[in-house]
Write a protein that binds this ligand. Structure first.
Ligand SMILES: Nc1ncnc2c1ncn2[C@@H]1O[C@H](COP(=O)(O)OP(=O)(O)OP(=O)(O)O)[C@@H](O)[C@H]1O
Length: 286
C-alpha cells in the first residue's frame, strides 16, 4: 500500500536551528508521536508538512501530491490542529462549527455532538471567553469530525484535565478504527505517548535520532542492578548506554547478559525502564 505521507531530505534553516535532513514515512493505520526537547523543531515540522512554513530543500508528499506544488488537492486529506489559534476569539462555538463544517465534505456531525456532550462544551459562548482547557476541547471537537486521512495534532492535551485526556485518547483510538487513517502528534506527555503511539520519532536539535516502534523501544532497554560494580570493566560493555555505581542500562539486553555471564558478573535484579526515562536517555544523547 502506498504511504500516506512521505518526507524526503527535508531541510529548513531557522534563526538558531537547522531542521533536517529529515526522512519520514507515515503509513495509514499508525499513530506517530514526534518527541523531543523544547525547541527541537517539532511544531515547525508540522508547519512544514502543512506548507505553512517554507522548506529550503526536500520533498513532502501527501498521497503522492507534492505539498508545495500547484495541485492543492492534498489539503482535503489533512487536518492540522496548531497549538494556538488566531482569529477565533469573537465567534461562538456554534458559528465556528457552521463555518468549519461547511468546508469539509466528510464532516461527521454525530461525532461533533458526541464530543460536545462528552466534554461539556458551551457552544453559545465566544471562543475568546472560554478557559484555555475549554478552548482546547472545542478546538478538538472542531478538528476530529473533519474526518481527513491524516490528522496532525500539536500538543493536543496540553491544557486538558486528566479525565478529559483519557476521554480524548479513547476517542482517538476509535477515530483511528474507521477507514485508512493516520495521526501525527507532538506531545510532552508520556501517558499520551504510551497509550496512543505506534511509533515515536525522536528529534534532537532539528535532527531525527530515529523512528522507533514503541513496544520495541520499551523491550530493548533494561536496567541491571550489579551486586559489585567493581567487577565491571572500566570500558563500555556491550549494549551499555548508561552506568552508575549501582546499575547499568543497556539497549541490547541479550548482548549485555551474554557478556555479564561470560565474565561471571552477577546482577541482583533487572527491570524494564519507563518510556519517560528511555526518551530522556535518547534525547540527551545516550
Ligand atoms: N518562524 C520562525 N523563525 C525563526 N525561528 C523560529 C520560527 N519558528 C520557530 N523558530 C525557532 O525554531 C526552534 C524550534 O521551534 P519549534 O516550535 O518547532 O520547537 P518545538 O520542538 O515544537 O518546541 P516546544 O516543545 O517548546 O513546543 C525554536 O528555537 C524556535 O524559537
Amino acid at each position: 500500500m502506498r504511504p500516506l505521507l512521505t518526507i524526503t531530505d527535508l531541510e529548513k534553516q531557522l534563526d538558531h536551528l537547522h531542521i533536517g535532513p529529515l526522512q519520514l514515512t507515515i503509513e495509514s493505520g499508525t499513530i506517530t508521536t514526534l518527541a523531543g526537547a523544547n525547541g527541537a523543531g517539532k511544531s515547525t515540522i508540522l508547519k512544514l508538512m502543512m506548507n505553512l512554513a517554507k522548506r529550503d530543500k526536500g520533498s513532502i508528499q501527501l498521497l503522492d501530491i507534492e505539498t508545495n506544488g500547484s495541485d492543492e488537492s492534498w489539503k482535503q486529506h489533512i487536518t492540522y490542529q496548531a497549538q494556538t489559534i488566531i482569529g477565533w476569539d469573537p465567534f461562538t462555538g456554534n458559528k465556528l462549527k457552521a463555518f468549519i463544517s461547511s468546508l469539509y465534505p466528510n464532516w461527521d456531525e454525530l461525532l461533533f455532538k458526541q464530543m460536545v456532550d462528552l466534554f461539556q462544551i458551551p457552544l453559545d459562548q465566544r471562543f475568546g471567553k472560554l478557559s484555555q482547557g475549554v478552548q482546547q476541547k472545542l478546538h478538538l471537537a472542531l478538528t476530529l469530525p473533519r474526518n481527513t486521512s491524516l490528522l496532525l495534532l500539536d500538543e493536543p492535551t496540553s491544557f486538558l484535565d486528566i479525565p478529559t485526556k483519557q476521554k480524548l485518547m479513547n476517542l482517538l483510538v476509535k477515530w483511528m478504527e474507521q477507514d485508512d487513517r493516520a495521526i501525527i502528534m507532538t506531545s510532552h506527555q508520556s501517558a499520551d505517548i504510551m497509550k496512543l503511539s505506534d511509533y515515536i520519532a525522536v528529534l534532537k536539535k532539528g535532527k531525527l535520532i530515529g523512528t522507533f516502534e514503541k513496544e520495541t523501544l520499551i523491550h530493548s532497554h533494561r536496567r541491571y542492578w550489579i551486586s559489585n560494580s567493581n567487577h565491571l570493566p572500566a570500558w563500555t560493555i556491550p549494549g551499555e548506554i548508561f552506568r552508575t555505581k549501582r546499575y547499568l542500562i543497556s539497549n541490547a539486553p541479550e548482548q549485555t547478559e551474554a557478556f555479564l555471564q561470560q565474565e561471571q558478573i552477577n546482577w541482583t535484579q533487572q527491570e524494564s525502564l519507563d518510556l519517560e526515562e528511555i526518551l530522556t536517555l535518547l534525547i540527551e544523547g545516550r
